[in-house]
Design a binder for this molecule. Structure first.
Ligand code: OGA
Ligand code: MN
Length: 287
């Protein structure tokens, strides 16, 4: 079978037009899908009325899945492979912990030493308008830098901090805070990451990075801000306007993404994500 692809933007992404994920898929078709994933950075499958089991099964073909034990509050109670990004209130009426997930430029699990290879996000419920997600192509952004800038950043490491470290001590207590800090230490990642499969260099930053290794925050900030601003210029970006039953997979090794929050918060937006584990990258460092 030859896949029918439709490009989503000049920078990245393709829609796979003729695949029904409720049906069995041959190894050779999956091979074509995987090749298209490496080439385009994002693949969109529309109108996929799949079950949670089918979402998980299809995701497994990309590699071993995370069970999200570092984010226990956000995972589906019956399916640890599914992470919820939802504003549906908890059963006791309290607001959902994941309602603001992804609201700044980031790449999934960069604050661990085994960052995600890919993520497969499925749209279950959408507000009337908005609830879009932006994606940016970090290979293209890297290639567009001057030779001087490439040289300057070649050996830099950015320190990535988990969002779970933002803890309210007054509410959670000092002991809980220390435990969370220990479980989620700062992780240094190369600013220029070589993609383990394509061999291409990509910027690996985002807004979770507050400083470079062995530099102060004050020294680092102007360059981090510049690189993030450069990398997320409109020419490197695709804007996903969701439809229910969309399944979108992105390559976390060479893209950034951001949830926009451009919708009426009183309306339901419910997404579910699987996370494919990647190869080891980075090391534990000091805050
Ligand atoms: C994610 C994420 C963005 C969104 O699931 O990793 O960042 O728009 N989601 O829900
Ligand atoms: Mn994310």
């Amino acid at each position: 079978m030859t896949l029918k692809l439709r490009r989503l933007s000049n920078a990245l992404g393709a829609e796979v037009c003729d695949v029904d994920l409720t049906q069995p898929m041959s190894e050779s078709t999956f091979g074509e899908i995987y090749g298209a994933f490496l080439q385009h950075g994002i693949l969109l499958f529309r109108n996929q009325n799949i079950s949670r089991e089918q979402h998980i099964e299809f995701s497994r073909r990309f590699g071993e899945l995370d069970d999200h034990k570092s984010l226990p509050r956000d995972r589906h109670p019956d399916y640890p492979e599914l992470l919820l990004v939802t504003n549906r209130p908890n059963a006791d009426g309290t607001p959902s912990e994941s309602r603001y997930t992804g609201r700044s430029w980031h790449t999934d699990m960069s604050y661990t030493t085994q960052p995600a290879l890919g993520s497969l996000l499925r749209c279950h419920n959408l507000p009337e308008v908005g609830g879009d997600t932006l994606f940016a192509n970090m290979t293209m952004a890297y290639d567009a830098l001057s030779e001087g800038m490439k040289k300057l950043i070649a050996d830099l490491h950015g320190i990535h901090l988990s969002g779970t470290r933002k803890i309210n001590v007054a509410e959670a207590g000092e002991a809980r805070r220390n435990e969370v800090m220990k479980l989620n230490p700062p992780i240094a990642q190369p600013v220029v990451r070589v993609h383990p499969e394509t061999g291409r260099k990509a910027l690996y930053l985002g807004e979770k990075v507050k400083r470079f290794e062995s530099m102060t925050e004050e020294e680092s900030k102007p360059l981090i801000d510049y690189l993030n601003r450069h990398a997320t210029k409109p020419e490197f970006v695709y804007r996903q306007m969701w439809r229910e039953n969309d399944l979108l997979i992105w390559d976390n090794r060479c893209t950034l993404h951001q949830a926009l929050g451009d919708f009426d918060e009183t309306q339901l937006r419910h997404m579910e994500r699987t996370t494919v584990l990647g190869t080891p990258s980075g090391y534990v460092t000091a805050a």
